[in-house]
Design a binder for this molecule. Structure first.
Ligand code: BG6
Length: 512
């Protein structure tokens, strides 16, 4: 869908032969997401027979041991995909492994030799996708080494006749603005920007992609998608999960870094952007960055009016008691890391002038839900008397990203009877009812797009830096103050202090 030839269907795209090299192959992401996604693509015949997957990490392992490890993982994490034994057997022939230290030149020599053998044996034609899924502190080293080993080949990237080399970089992309800029520089020293695919798995979600279709394939929404009709926008990203054994990682991260400056801002930019001229990767990304450049900087001396932070204490999720953040393994018992952030943003441009965007993202909420709610303005003149009017609330358009993927339009309708009573009714579109297929996993779509050379659903250099630029004043201010944590209970939607952010404007969070 979203490639340079805008209306080409996914099925019509021909996947070229290719070797995918996963750095950090003994990590969780490889077994939980990457290999299951590649196996699914293989089963759906979206990967050609001329493919190879090369895992690389420090652990000593033979090709066969790696194959066995991946089979065990797939049986555990993606049992429905694993069921087809014959397909797995064929797929596994394309799995290879190189043990090695990423800071040593020999590792890249070994890798290069193996890749050349694979080109000969499996017909991968010298095409490469390098996937950086190591601990982030090794990214720059691996990139530099690939360059020194002559494996990055940027000068050939533009020539369609010569093999391609692309690099996918997992999140987190830096830990602040300075480190993101540095990482972008390190990448640019070795690769051309059109070889670089910075992953944000939210962009691979079917419902996030549908935002573009919903906005720009339908004529009725665009005319009202602006300050004249919209009162405000609420974006909620709530998780029931806590930190799930990742306490040590989360301690240095927090929800602002982990979710908001990347995933939530990507969603936000798709809601706020202008229509692009085409669906070519750069046309879409130009509009997204233009929108984000219009985000008004937070006033540092009045930050409290724009941002709140929270951390969960012990509570109950689904009737079961759960521990507080500070009790989680790997977490400092006096931790000041936030697990809840809500903020109010304004776009200084014609479309959105004066329209607040309220964003919240948090862990240990009562429900897992990610949605965008477009709250329309009140009717300009009330016709139905006070009683009826009391029951009247402005229209809301809700785009549910997950779960229960779908779209709901809420409007008032007359309750049948002699009196004029108004009640809220919903007009619903549910993906699973309208389309009888399971949407592909985000990683499937994103990996396939990279092999096909379509970077529309990946973050461009400027966007990664802009995300950090917006949140830096918050991170800097928070470092200087001591929050009173915990300040909300696990399994609740927050606390009056946190809700104050939206209440101060006479509005409230939607009941979810
Ligand atoms: C990851 C974060 O990027 O996204 C996790 O590091 C978070 O902390 C996850 O749980 C949420 O992803 P999803 O797809 O389940 O909404």
């Amino acid at each position: 869908m979203l490639n340079n030839h805008s209306s080409v269907d996914l099925q019509e795209r021909v996947t070229p032969p290719c070797a995918i090299v996963i750095f950090g192959a003994s990590g969780d992401l490889t077994k939980r997401k990457l290999v299951p996604a590649l196996f699914r693509l293989y089963q759906e015949k979206l990967l050609p027979e001329q493919f190879a997957i090369v895992g690389i990490s420090r652990s000593a392992m033979s090709h066969d041991e790696f194959r066995q490890r991946m089979e065990d993982a797939i049986t555990k994490y993606a049992p429905s995909v694993a069921a087809n034994q014959e397909a797995w057997h064929n797929f596994a022939q394309g799995l290879f492994y190189v043990p090695g230290d990423l800071s040593k030149q020999e590792t890249y020599q070994d890798l290069n030799e193996l890749l050349q053998q694979i080109d000969n044996q499996r017909g991968t034609e010298g095409n490469r996708v390098f996937y950086l899924s190591t601990a982030p502190e090794h990214y720059s080293e691996a990139i530099k080494q690939l360059g020194e080993a002559g494996m990055a080949r940027p000068e050939q990237a533009h020539n369609k006749q010569t093999p391609f080399v692309r690099i996918i970089i997992e999140k987190p992309f830096g830990t602040d603005l300075a480190s993101a800029i540095q990482l972008n520089k390190d990448v640019a020293a070795v690769f051309d920007e059109d070889q670089v695919y910075r992953i944000d798995h939210y962009l691979g979600k079917e419902t996030v992609q549908n935002l573009l279709v919903f906005r720009f394939a339908n004529g009725i929404f665009e005319p009202i998608w602006n300050r004249n009709y919209i009162d405000h926008v609420q974006i909620t990203n709530a998780e029931c999960l806590g930190v799930e054994g990742r306490g040590a990682y989360y301690e240095s991260t927090g929800v602002l870094r982990d979710m908001i400056q990347n995933h939530v801002f990507q969603v936000l930019s798709l809601v706020a952007m202008e229509p692009p001229n085409s669906l070519a990767a750069n046309a879409v990304r130009d509009e997204k960055i233009k929108a984000m450049q219009a985000v008004r900087p937070f006033p540092v001396n009045r930050l409290d009016e724009f941002v709140v932070r929270g951390q969960y204490g012990a509570g109950f999720i689904d009737g079961k008691s759960v521990i507080g953040y500070r009790e989680e393994p790997g977490v400092n018992p006096e931790s000041t890391t936030e697990t809840y952030t809500a903020m109010k943003l304004y776009f200084d441009n014609w479309r959105w002038s004066g329209v607040p965007f309220y964003i919240r993202s948090a862990k240990r909420m009562p429900k897992r839900i990610t949605e965008i709610a477009i709250q329309f303005k009140e009717v300009p003149h009330l016709l139905f008397g006070n009683v009826a009017a009391n029951q009247l609330e402005p229209n809301v358009l809700v785009i549910r990203i997950q779960p229960d993927e779908g779209i709901t339009l809420r409007f008032g309708a007359k309750v049948p009877g002699q009196m004029t009573k108004i009640r809220w009714v919903n007009m619903d579109f549910l993906y699973h009812e309208s389309f009888d297929v399971k949407p592909p996993e985000a990683y499937e779509r994103l990996l396939l797009d990279c092999i096909l050379g379509d970077s529309t659903l990946y973050a461009r250099r400027d966007m990664t830096e802009r995300g950090w630029e917006i949140v830096m004043p918050i991170l800097e201010a928070w470092e200087k103050t001591q929050p009173e944590f915990p300040n909300y209970l696990a399994g609740t939607w927050g606390s009056p202090d946190l809700d104050w952010l939206i209440k101060q404007d006479g509005r409230k969070w939607r009941k979810l």
